[in-house]
Design a protein around this ligand. Structure first.
Ligand code: SF4
Length: 472
């Protein structure tokens, strides 16, 4: 491959994301790290059981991947077809080149109608575009209505996961947030009680809203309609009540035909949370009587990614979050450590294309174990793309001299079996003769950081040689 052939935007980068440092800070709270890891693994196991219960699961993945590849290869045609059918359905269609244009379009729609209160249902695209601060600075109240999103919004944090935005928080922390912002009793952390308070709080916001904004899971070119999936029904309540509905969507979400939904809807919820189907999968084919329905089609770097031969497949993503739930690095470093709207393996593949210098550490936030690729419902070769981004990051000079030296030295050692064996013998000898204090400081440091015992002084092979005879 040509490591210099990739076209990258030149941006004035804010500080680069230091994923290792942010992950170390997350790991300092050992109990939280363990609990975060276990919670996500629980979801991963649910996904496995749900997938295993569908006999044609692998065929569905192959089919979904093929549909997405076809749609992306003919995106120009399908977008135009979607627009024509959406217009025929009574929707108004807007096109946004980037985040700023998206935000200005949304603000323009609201300003023209004199709307001051917007209720949003979960939309990672509007997080990506920074819509909330944009509107708030212009005097518009924005309320995220997905429960997890509302919790992180009240805390002035971003979501840490694309499906479970508040997965990094314990119920006690949610209780404190509600006490501070919603006036619940101090110490109240019982989830059902908190959910009841949130429902009452959000109902009032829905009833007072001048407009609602939803994302789209799928935009169907053939019909000009779209599908919004939620578990809480919040998007539906917003769409049913507000006089203005704005639906923002990344251009890669277009699929050719309505029948393709039968493939994606079976994969999406099972991959995301292990549910057979999302609780609400709402199909929208036009505005309610008296309602204005605006669709905003957003590029924001997607056509650039589409033009990259090595990375265009990442646009197949249906944002299920399964690659995050299975990733050993994500599970033990938390979503905020990625410093990007979309964290985890797919985020580490998408964000370097937006700003390579800022996100240079993310392709290394992976063990390259391939678990993300194995669970991805649309068969994105995530580990392969992460590996290829590493090569671009290195070629661009964003890898530290110490890391480059360490990797080059390793290559030299691993290329020479004799040298490898000799160094192994030396290392084992060192483990035997060096004082315990030294080992605890050196090799033991990794174990201590992970709350694990220090590395053993003897290799398993030598232990087996000594004890194997006794066992026969
Ligand atoms: S890359 Fe695949 S597994 Fe990850 S969020 Fe997207 S569709 Fe889901």
């Amino acid at each position: 491959m040509s490591q210099r052939s990739i076209e990258l935007p030149v941006l004035a980068s804010p500080d680069p994301v230091d994923h290792p440092a942010a992950a170390a800070a997350f790991n300092a709270d050992v109990a939280r790290t363990e609990w975060h890891d276990e919670s996500l693994w629980f979801v991963r196991e649910k996904r496995d059981r749900a997938a295993a219960a569908v006999p044609d699961w692998e065929e569905l993945r192959v089919r979904a991947s093929a549909i997405k590849e076809h749609a992306l290869s003919h995106l120009d045609e399908y977008l135009v077809q979607f627009e024509a059918n959406a217009l025929a359905n009574g929707m108004q269609v807007h096109w946004a080149r980037d985040a700023d244009e998206h935000n200005r379009i949304v603000h323009g729609i609201l300003a023209e109608a004199g709307a001051k209160r917007l209720v949003k249902s979960k939309s990672m695209l509007t997080e990506e575009c920074g819509l909330n601060p944009f509107l708030e600075s212009r005097g518009i109240e924005v309320v995220d209505s997905d429960l997890g999103e509302r919790i992180v919004q009240l805390r002035r944090e971003g979501p840490s996961h694309i499906v479970m935005p508040a997965i990094h928080l314990k119920k006690e922390e949610v209780g404190e947030t509600f006490h501070e912002h919603l006036g619940t009793a101090a110490g109240l952390s019982e989830p059902t009680a908190l959910a009841a308070v949130a429902r009452e709080h959000l109902r009032a916001k829905f009833l007072a809203a001048d407009a609602t904004l939803t994302g789209m899971n799928f935009a169907v070119a053939e019909t000009g309609g779209f599908v919004v999936c939620t578990n809480e029904g919040n998007a539906d309540l917003g769409m049913a009540l507000a006089p203005i509905h704005i639906a923002s969507v990344g251009i890669e979400k277009v699929i050719p035909r309505a029948e393709d939904l039968a493939v994606f809807l079976r994969l999406l919820a099972r991959s995301a949370t292990g549910q057979a189907i999302t609780v609400y999968s709402s199909h929208v084919h036009g505005p309610r009587e008296g309602q204005a329905l605006h669709v905003v089609l957003v590029d924001n770097g997607r056509t650039r990614q589409l033009a990259r031969e090595e990375f265009w497949g990442s646009l197949k993503c249906i944002r299920c979050g399964a690659c995050m739930n299975t990733c050993p690095i994500y599970r033990r470093s938390g979503g905020h450590s990625y410093g990007s709207t979309v964290p985890g393996p797919i985020g580490s593949v998408l964000t370097p294309g937006l700003d390579l210098e800022r996100y240079a550490s993310l392709p290394f936030a992976s063990t390259l174990c391939g678990s993300c690729t194995a669970v991805c419902p649309v068969k994105i070769d995530l580990d392969g793309q992460l590996f290829r981004w590493r090569q671009h990051v290195t070629a661009a000079g964003y890898v530290s001299a110490a890391k480059t030296l360490a990797v080059r030295s390793s290559v030299k050692v691993l290329d020479r079996p004799r040298l490898f064996r000799a160094l192994g013998t030396l290392a084992r000898l060192g483990m035997r003769i060096l004082p315990e204090r030294f080992l605890r400081f050196g090799a033991g440091a990794w174990g201590r950081a992970r709350d694990l015992p220090p590395a053993p002084r003897e290799s398993f092979r030598s232990w087996y040689r000594r004890n194997g005879a006794n066992r026969r």
